[in-house]
Design a protein around this ligand. Structure first.
Ligand SMILES: [Zn+2]
Length: 280
């Protein structure tokens, strides 16, 4: 009976027995005290907060999927950092392309899928707009990163002469799309964490989010300025092959700093959800 099964799933499962007492091991949402056998309409005996709040948590299975998504995202972002480092600092373009092209975007795609997993008790509603957009962006980023890596390999390993405008366009597109997807995912997670009772955490996450956005926008602006200079041949910056100085530093390190900030946000959100779950 498929229809019946779905209907049962949509019903909120009562965590109280016939006498209104907590039936299973449920941790108090505020202090982690085990509320089993406590009356559901009473305050927590340990911290005094309403037990009803703890019963209103989203199913922990769903919160676990979201957290697994965060692990995937952290893994993908670390892979991107490694890819950038081995390419830029060590010059191993082929290794960078393999890590950055084969591992990172697939981990980010999987992670995006899990982070935007529909909440089971809200399954009556279809996936709302933003998760769908995020999944679309992750697929687009995968395709773009693959193309960028192929172009990089073609130029540096297979000896293709290359095309400056194509290279710069890919670089711009990959950076902009990656920043857009990252910031939207982090914003989405920050919204989820608002349902975890940690006020200072929300402030910290919002501050980090703004800093990451500033670093990305600044880096992209510098890249655009340098690119325009190369394409128009104004000669303000050294040629693409020999660029040095402050512009190179910014183009090289801005995305890395943004990625490291992203990893910090992901770890903080993971720890908060792991410890407190997500409120309905
Ligand atoms: Zn408590």
């Amino acid at each position: 009976m498929n229809a019946g099964g779905t209907a049962v799933k949509r019903q909120p499962v009562s965590q109280l027995d016939d006498h209104g007492r907590v039936r299973d091991d449920v941790a108090c949402w505020y202090c982690r005290y085990n509320l089993r056998t406590q009356a559901g309409d009473q305050p927590c005996p340990e911290c005094g907060e309403p037990i009803a709040d703890s019963l209103g948590r989203t199913p922990s299975g769903w919160a676990r999927i979201v957290n697994r998504g965060i692990v995937q995202w952290t893994f993908g972002t670390v892979a991107l950092v490694i890819a950038m480092l081995v390419t830029i600092r060590l010059g191993f373009v082929d290794l960078g392309a393999i890590v950055g092209g084969a591992i990172a975007p697939i981990a980010l795609l999987l992670g995006t899928w899990m982070i935007t997993w529909p909440q089971p008790d809200q399954s009556v509603r279809p996936l709302s707009g933003l998760p769908r957009v995020l999944r679309g962006l992750a697929i687009l980023l995968l395709l773009l990163v693959e193309f960028t890596c192929a172009e990089q390999l073609a130029r540096t390993v297979w000896g293709w002469a290359g095309n400056l405008i194509l290279t710069l366009t890919l670089l711009h597109a990959a950076w902009c799309l990656s920043a857009l997807l990252t910031l939207t995912i982090l914003w989405w997670l920050t919204r989820l964490v608002r349902r975890v009772p940690r006020k200072r955490l929300t402030t910290t996450l919002t501050t980090l989010l703004v800093l990451i956005a500033v670093v990305d926008v600044f880096g992209i602006a510098v890249l655009s300025t340098v690119s325009a200079d190369w394409v128009l041949g104004l000669g303000l910056f050294p040629a693409a092959s020999s660029i040095t100085g402050i512009a190179r530093l910014i183009i090289t390190w801005a995305p890395l700093i943004a990625k490291l900030g992203t990893i910090v946000v992901l770890v903080l959100v993971y720890r908060a959800i792991h410890a407190h779950g997500i409120r309905r």
